[in-house]
Design a binder for this molecule. Structure first.
Ligand code: SF4
Length: 66
């Protein structure tokens, strides 16, 4: 899985950090999303997909690698 986040769509809600704290963080300066782990393993896939689904800005992309 490859995880990316579009900061231009992020509204700093923090939902992704609550859902997948080992993959996402927020900037101390402006609260915008930061991806900590761009290639999370299979054990984290479910929570990353959930974070993407719950993101109010639809800022998170979780692509399955071929
Ligand atoms: S859930 Fe979406 S809008 Fe909220 S902080 Fe994370 S990326 Fe930004």
């Amino acid at each position: 899985m490859k995880v990316t986040a579009d900061q231009s769509r992020c509204c700093s809600s923090g939902q992704c950090v609550l859902t997948a704290p080992s993959v996402f963080d927020q900037s101390d300066d402006d609260g915008l999303v930061q991806v900590l782990e761009h290639h999370p393993g299979p054990a984290l896939a479910a929570e990353v997909r959930l974070a993407a689904a719950l993101c109010p800005g639809q800022a998170i992309t979780a692509a399955e690698l071929p």
